[in-house]
Design a protein around this ligand. Sequence first.
Ligand SMILES: Nc1nc2c(ncn2[C@@H]2O[C@H](COP(=O)(O)OP(=O)(O)O)[C@@H](O)[C@H]2O)c(=O)[nH]1
Ligand SMILES: [Mg+2]
Length: 421
Amino acid sequence: MGIFSKLQNIFRSQPEEVDINYTHEALSEEEQASFLHAMREVPQDIPSWVGVLSTYRPEIDASFYGYLSYMLEILGVAEEEKSSFLTTLSSWVCEMGYTQTSHITSELEYRLHILLGIEEKSEEVSSIFSILVEGLSKTRSLFTQKIHRLLSDTDELNEEFWEDMEAIFLTSDVGYDATEYIIKELQHRVTHKEEFIEVLESILQKIFMCEHRLVLQTKPRVIMVVGINGAGKTTTVAKLAHIYASKGERVLVVAGDTFRAAAIEQLEMWSKRLGVGFFAKSHGSDSAAVAFEGVGKAIAEGYDTVLIDTAGRLHTKTNLMEELSKVYRVIKKQIPEAPHSVILVLDATIGQNAITQTELFNKACPIDEIILTKLDGTAKGGIAIAVALQYKIPITYIGLGETIDALKEFNPSEFTKVLLE
Ligand SMILES: Nc1nc2c(ncn2[C@@H]2O[C@H](COP(=O)(O)OP(=O)(O)O)[C@@H](O)[C@H]2O)c(=O)[nH]1
Ligand SMILES: [Mg+2]
């Protein structure tokens, strides 16, 4: 069925009764009408429909399936397809232990794309620059607009101006130390407000240009990904696997988060989808052993790149940091100069906590790169500045969404330009 007839279905007068397992708590007529109305109001695409569903049912309960079933009905999905879709989805949700709709939106969208046979539209915004602009819109709206407003309201660069400017930096999560440093530099170098943006741009660019540690690259290249639970490690491993695989490399992903059974499955699902190698042991096994054997497999089977996902929390009383440094050490037993890179994944929405986390993880195993995730969902992109300045660790990529291609190489001058535009 084409998209056109699906749209027609949306606009047809009244849908028939939905009666499958999950809808025994049938929606009332009012509920149906209101949902149908909401579906009609939004742009007619999968992410928007899933958005409506998630507004109506933020929690995955029986009634969530009722609404989802009704949504599929509206979209004209045949009865049999619909019930098999709901059965597989609900057993996946159960296995993964998800309870919030927001946690499954990207998976749900992916499955709906397949079910409805609609092409993914992720390529629509082709230029990286425009993706950046879009992804960083929340950060920019706060940070940049405030700076520009203050500049236009100011005649002379007096004490009051600098205090107001400092407040803008602090509320954008640039952090106290970084703010102090930047303001001092600015006071030193800016004499007319016309030069302000240009000077700030050059200060920020310099902050972002940290030296990369140079490591002799043998094959396989071993990359270890660390960070707290929910930071976006597993997703980032998948995104990186996608980047390397698209360059024609043979990639192996290793499920080192043995704490959550769901984490292993999540990675396995990504590996299947991306067609990259996958290595895991059972849930609860020693993550250092998983890393050791994973790297062994990569050597034996001639992989180009190994990406090792790790836990962000442990079920035993063992200290997470000890566990990570053990993983780090056993990798070296396989290849002395590995891991070639330890990547710390930081959720940009956590603001100043990122500093504490960097400190902590850096003690467990020296961090070579930082990837900032969820910059699409925060007004606190200033944390990038704080982390880069404080630790001199390069930010190499930024996460701008949940889809597989929403990981962009971090380019200091581009990032600064977008931030200050
Ligand atoms: N909006 C947004 N969500 C992200 C990004 N990266 C990861 N996520 C989401 O954050 C949640 C946690 O990610 P996950 O990879 O499981 O985190 P982990 O516990 O560190 O492995 C998931 O719902 C991801 O889809 C990003 O760049 N932007
Ligand atoms: Mg994970």
